[in-house]
Ligand binder design. Structure first.
Ligand code: SF4
Ligand code: SF4
Length: 298
């Protein structure tokens, strides 16, 4: 596998990045920069380290995987010389089946706090007495440290702030943060419905926080999600490359839905036009619920 090929394929989860706190945010904070990788003590993201690329990437399976990995890192790694032993132990004992073979799943992603609220890099200097061990990783220290995913660029600052208020668990946070279509379409729909992009501060409190959270929870509970392992959001993998899985509206006898981008992000599959209408009604209900919550706070 060519490293370049893997890097480009990682645009699924936003390219490679540290996934853990670096020193740079201190510099950027003065310019209004939000550190999406490690925003606060209650959550973090390690999507570009490949954590959602396992065939079994349910919250339960990923939590168990990262918990075991973190414990093994602590028991095996007492210095740089132990890293190869750790890597072999993980690769030899973990289920390795992936959604997309071309996307690397880094064995050094784990929990970086005792409460298991933040995922990140076990090789980061913050966890290793200021020694940066990331040079042993597949991507190398510089790539892991320097790259920021497209969510930093395409999700507006107001949308980023709102997301930081909505989520308080790492699993859903990383999953939704890196689904740019889902995020931007949601804020566009609710913004159009209330006539403005809601003030991000409104997402700090219920009912706005709850109704927005309920919308993004559909990433886990969407009843029309394709069961195919090679589907992830709007993408599917055909064995050699990943492509966008479009919905065949002609076959359903319908025009393209106004919620098409949301349906793609939720890996939807519709058996009939009636089912599509049910799905549209669910999305519409989420938007209307938001509008009621918005007006109740004004
Ligand atoms: S926010 Fe983006 S760059 Fe940071 S860990 Fe998540 S996917 Fe990677
Ligand atoms: S070494 Fe692995 S876990 Fe650490 S930042 Fe790089 S890809 Fe992520």
């Amino acid at each position: 596998m060519q490293q370049g090929a893997v890097q480009s394929s990682l645009s699924l989860w936003g390219g490679v990045s540290a996934g853990t706190a670096t020193n740079r945010p201190k510099v950027h904070r003065a310019m209004g920069f939000l550190h999406l990788c490690q925003p606060d003590p209650g959550k973090s993201c390690a999507a570009c380290c490949g954590i959602y690329n396992y065939a079994d990437s349910t919250p339960e399976a990923l939590t168990a995987r990262l918990r075991r990995r973190t414990a093994m890192f602590r028991s095996i790694v007492h210095g740089r010389g132990d890293l190869a032993t750790y890597s072999r132990a993980i690769k030899g004992s973990e289920e390795q089946a992936k959604r997309y073979e071309v996307i690397y799943c880094c064995e050094y992603a784990g929990f970086i706090d005792p409460e298991e609220r933040r995922v990140g890099c076990l090789l980061h200097p913050c966890l290793n007495g200021n020694e940066d061990l990331r040079d042993v990783s597949f991507y190398g220290r510089q790539l892991c440290n320097d790259h920021f995913c497209p969510s930093y660029h395409y999700i507006s600052r107001a949308e980023q702030q709102a997301l930081l208020h909505i989520f308080d668990d790492w699993y859903l946070y990383g999953l939704c943060l890196t689904d740019i279509d889902l995020v931007k379409t949601y804020f566009q729909l609710i913004g159009n419905a209330v006539g403005e992009m809601p003030d991000p501060a409104l997402f700090r409190k219920d009912p706005i926080r709850r109704v927005a959270g309920d919308f993004f929870l559909m990433k886990l509970s969407w009843p029309f999600r394709s069961p195919d392992v090679n589907r992830f959001g709007k993408y599917y993998f055909d064995g050699s490359q990943y492509m966008i899985h479009h919905i065949d509206y002609d076959a359903l006898g319908c025009d393209r839905s106004v919620f098409d981008r949301i349906f793609l992000s939720l890996s939807s599959i519709f058996a009939s036009a009636d089912v599509l209408r049910q799905a549209e009604a669910i999305i519409r209900n989420h938007i209307e619920t938001f509008v009621r919550a918005f007006h109740s706070m004004h």
